[in-house]
Design a protein around this ligand. Structure first.
Ligand SMILES: Nc1nc2c(ncn2[C@@H]2O[C@H](COP(=O)(O)OP(=O)(O)OP(=O)(O)O)[C@@H](O)[C@H]2O)c(=O)[nH]1
Ligand SMILES: [Mg+2]
Length: 165
């Protein structure tokens, strides 16, 4: 799994919450970090990459063995949704992500007045994506909401793949 998403979206916090680590002290990721977790008899390798603009060109180096792209969207960042849409669209053109599935985590939904799932789905143009299997889940790295469900989707998707090939 490789998480992508703009800087400050909450990628590292999500990974830390999944790993049951302390989430009160995160700082911007400057390179990348790999973590492995065991989940439902599966070993998931999670790459956490920095989302700052200068780092985005390196993302494609991490897709060699990516089954699922986890795209983290900041539900409170209304001003950068278009930027977010463009980055995601660019990634989906990457040859190495052709067979990958896409999980969009709409993060920070614990914050009041944040964007709704429908709004983001529409503004990111998710319904137009025909090249990748995708889903969107509103979540919160602060409360842990839906993180487990997201991993379940990833594992189920991996199982479906094994069945197909
Ligand atoms: N309210 C709220 N804040 C969050 C949530 N997830 C992350 N944050 C905060 O958002 C800020 C950025 O989180 P990071 O996890 O560092 O974001 P990132 O996507 O890893 O950022 P880069 O490493 O720069 O790409 C931190 O101050 C987090 O505490 C969430 O679900 N709810
Ligand atoms: Mg980070």
């Amino acid at each position: 799994m490789a998480p992508g998403g703009l800087d400050n979206a909450g990628k590292t916090t999500i990974v830390k919450r999944i790993m049951k680590e302390d989430v009160t002290s995160v700082s911007p990721t400057l390179g990348f970090i790999i973590k492995t977790i065991e989940f439902m008899e599966y070993k998931l390798n999670i790459w956490d990459v920095g989302g700052q603009k200068t780092l985005r060109s390196y993302w494609k180096n991490y897709f060699e063995k990516t089954d699922t792209l986890v795209w983290v969207v900041d539900a409170t960042d209304k001003l950068r949704v278009d930027d977010c849409r463009e980055e995601l669209a660019g990634l989906l053109l990457e040859e190495r992500l052709m067979g990958a599935s896409l999980l969009v985590f709409l993060n920070k939904t614990d914050v009041e007045h944040c964007m709704t799932e429908e709004e983001v789905r529409e503004r990111l143009g998710l319904d137009l994506i025909k090249t990748h299997k995708w889903t969107i889940l509103p979540c919160s790295a602060m409360t842990g909401k839906n993180l487990h469900e997201g991993l379940e989707w990833v594992v189920q998707d991996a199982k479906d793949r094994l069945f197909l090939y």
